[in-house]
Ligand binder design. Structure first.
Ligand code: HAX
Length: 441
């Protein structure tokens, strides 16, 4: 057994036993109550699932295994001379709850390099699609097409013991994450660079090899990719891409089918697609204002016009967070440290000074602050990646690490089929009626 798998087996066996006795002793303890507003309102805040890899606090933001993003930057291994954490290190931390050593991260990089070969039929399936197919559609199709490599589905059809579900899921997770940068880079190059593909360089770490295959030059972009892939990976279990992966996975669909489900959720404009919408909205604003350096007052007027047209300001607001997203703050820090004189980044910073006031003035927005998607596009544009329809694929490559490590935990802990209860409005009105009768009688 490989060292990571061995660690995962030991940790998950221990937690499985703990959870078993916890449920035996305290299984009927109430941990939440649900209001009608929550039932109709997208289940905000309802505690209804377990997600071991990260947890979100409305004020301090995301913590991966208890560690904040600035803490991760200090703790996780980096390449020699590098300033940003290696995403491989975060995957290790999420999967087994321990900060890896440099040697362990090197081992993981080499594992993923060894598992990265993409079957020809995935490239053929992509090449059969019109070039202007949205990159997220291509990404989802490619992930499903990779299922031919799946170990869990194959073993299950041959008769797999429940006790071994986690093992096959771990193998699928490692294989799938290893292949995603190549698949994503293939989509980028076929969509925007005449199919002029760049061969992988297995001497590089996972993020740097991805940057290399995308064809965006420079050490700074490699550095940004490492940071980007780290901070977009996980946001506890209730967000749409994580929850969709979890739900599909709960049917014992394998890692490939589950991740494709998650990616289809990520492709929505209220979720991951917001990263393309932000830059699209900024480009439109600059066109409309006929300047690359709008003033705050010009931006304010454009924001007001967007809101008056009953459209959202992309990149702002969040279902859980109530402060500026630390992932936004971290990208701002990266831009400050590494980039000077970028008009588009200045625009993002000016928006940060204007948009929250305007959203607060609406009187209904619970969180007027920027989220993860408000900043990334401007940095990508700065490095030459202007094709914003591709941005959500970058997010997807990173998100795979969080949702698939969580899927390994779901299998190891033996989580059952997810099946909440739905009701009709007729049921609701009758229930309320009955409650009135009981309180008045
Ligand atoms: N612009 C305009 N209106 C906004 C808004 C924004 N950025 N954010 C919230 N609102 C509005 C909502 O549309 C809602 O209006 P109605 O009552 O008329 O329907 C009202 O304010 C209350 O919403 P909320 O409770 O504050 O927010 P929700 O939990 O319902 O929604 C969203 C959270 C992220 C979907 C929302 O803030 C939004 O649409 N933001 C813009 C899109 C975006 O950036 N999405 C990415 C989010 C982070 C993420 O998942 N990244 O991948």
């Amino acid at each position: 057994m490989d060292p990571l798998k061995q660690k995962f087996f030991e940790k998950s066996s221990k937690l499985k036993a703990e959870v078993k006795s916890l449920l035996k002793e305290k299984g009927d303890t109430k941990v939440d109550e649900v209001t009608l507003k929550q039932v109709y309102g997208g289940m905000r805040g309802v505690k209804s699932m377990v997600w071991e890899t990260s947890q979100l606090d409305p004020i301090v933001g995301i913590r991966f295994r208890g560690k904040s993003i600035p803490e991760l930057r200090d703790l996780l291994p980096r390449v020699e001379g590098g300033k940003e954490p290696l995403p491989e290190g975060l995957f290790w931390l999420m999967l087994v709850g321990e900060v890896p050593t440099e040697e362990e991260v090197k081992w993981l990089t080499s594992q993923w390099a060894a598992r990265a070969t993409v079957p020809q039929h995935t490239f053929d399936a992509l090449d059969a699609l019109p070039k202007d197919t949205h990159p997220m559609t291509q990404f989802s199709i490619a992930i499903v097409s990779l299922q031919t490599e799946g170990i869990f589905a194959k073993k299950y059809s041959e008769g797999l013991s429940k006790l071994d579900y986690w093992d096959a899921t771990y193998e699928d997770t490692m294989n799938l994450i290893a292949k995603l940068p190549r698949v994503a880079a293939y989509i980028y190059r076929r969509s925007y660079h005449n199919g002029d593909h760049i061969a992988p360089d297995v001497t590089k770490d996972w993020g740097a090899n991805f940057a290399h295959m995308l064809g965006i030059p420079g050490e700074d972009f490699k550095s940004f990719m490492r940071l980007y892939l780290t901070i977009h990976s996980d946001h506890e279990g209730g967000n749409a891409s994580a929850h969709a992966t979890h739900l599909v996975g709960s049917t014992l669909s394998d890692a490939y089918m589950s991740l494709a489900g998650g990616m289809n959720a990520l492709a929505g404009p209220l979720h991951g697609l917001a990263n393309q919408e932000v830059i699209k909205w900024i480009f439109k604003m600059l066109d409309a204002l006929e300047t690359k350096t709008p003033s705050k007052e010009q931006i304010r007027k454009y924001v007001k016009d967007t809101l008056a047209a009953r459209q959202v300001i992309p990149g702002y607001g969040h279902a859980v967070l109530r402060e500026p997203d630390p992932r936004f703050v971290e990208q701002k820090r990266f831009a400050k440290d590494n980039i000077t004189g970028s008009d588009i980044i200045e625009v993002v910073w000016k928006c940060f000074e204007v948009v929250p006031e305007e959203l607060m003035a609406l009187g209904k927005v619970k969180n007027p602050w920027p989220n993860v998607d408000a900043h990334s596009g401007a940095i990508l544009v700065h490095y030459g990646m202007t094709e914003y329809s591709f941005y959500t694929v970058l997010f997807g490559v990173s998100r795979a690490m969080g949702v698939l490590s969580a899927l390994c935990w779901s299998r190891a802990l033996g989580f059952p089929l997810e099946r909440p209860k739905s009701v009709t409005t007729k049921w609701v009105t009758e229930y309320l009626e009955k409650q009135k009768e009981t309180t008045t009688s």
